[in-house]
Design a protein around this ligand. Sequence first.
Ligand code: SF4
Ligand code: SF4
Length: 239
Amino acid sequence: MGVLKDFFNLLKGMTITGKHLGRRAVTIQYPEQKMQMFERSRGVVVLLSDKETGDLNCTMCMLCMRACPTAAIYIDAPRDENKKRVLKEFKVDHALCCYCGLCEEACNFSAIKLANKYEFSTWDIDDLVWDVNKLQDVGRDVPYVDTRKKKPAAKAAAKPAEKKADDKKSAADGAKPSAEENKQSEGDKPSEPKATDTAAADKTAPAKDEKAVDSSPDETPESDETRRSADDDTKKGDA
Ligand code: SF4
Ligand code: SF4
């Protein structure tokens, strides 16, 4: 029974192997072969530089240092006599970092990023503390979307639109009183007859005149005849 069971298990294993013989392998031969990491995968923390000038994007606002939950970021940037910050030290301790990405979220200047690089193991733990030069060098070829230049452009584009809207509003506000004034002035003036009124008046006026003209000749002959008949009657009576 035991031999039969072993033979059955061997057959089962060979069947599974045979099923995968024609398929592509999911494993790679690391370190000769390396996986292509996703753009948003969180590897080492790096500092980003301006694509044109090559200067650091960092403005030393310290927001990333305050956002870091493990105190892995250390920034020393005292103010000079002109009250301008001067960067003395910017360190990231990758031994303390938990790769949460909060520093990247806190930064408003596209200055810090978790790059998709992951090979930074070392024998000495102190080597995991990277200074500003190493952070910048490793981050030089890291692609990123520069949001710094978009904001002023968006603001500049928004300002004329706001100005136009204000101008329109002020023009509308200025036009309102004049319309009211016009209404008032129209109310003070004697109202001019409307076109329909004048037409009606033109129609009725001649009718009245005609009546007046027609009535006067009719009345005169009638009155003469009555007078004559009355005179005749009086003459007859006298006779
Ligand atoms: S990396 Fe960003 S958040 Fe941190 S200090 Fe520089 S500008 Fe501020
Ligand atoms: S990824 Fe998180 S733990 Fe690491 S430096 Fe940034 S904020 Fe700190």
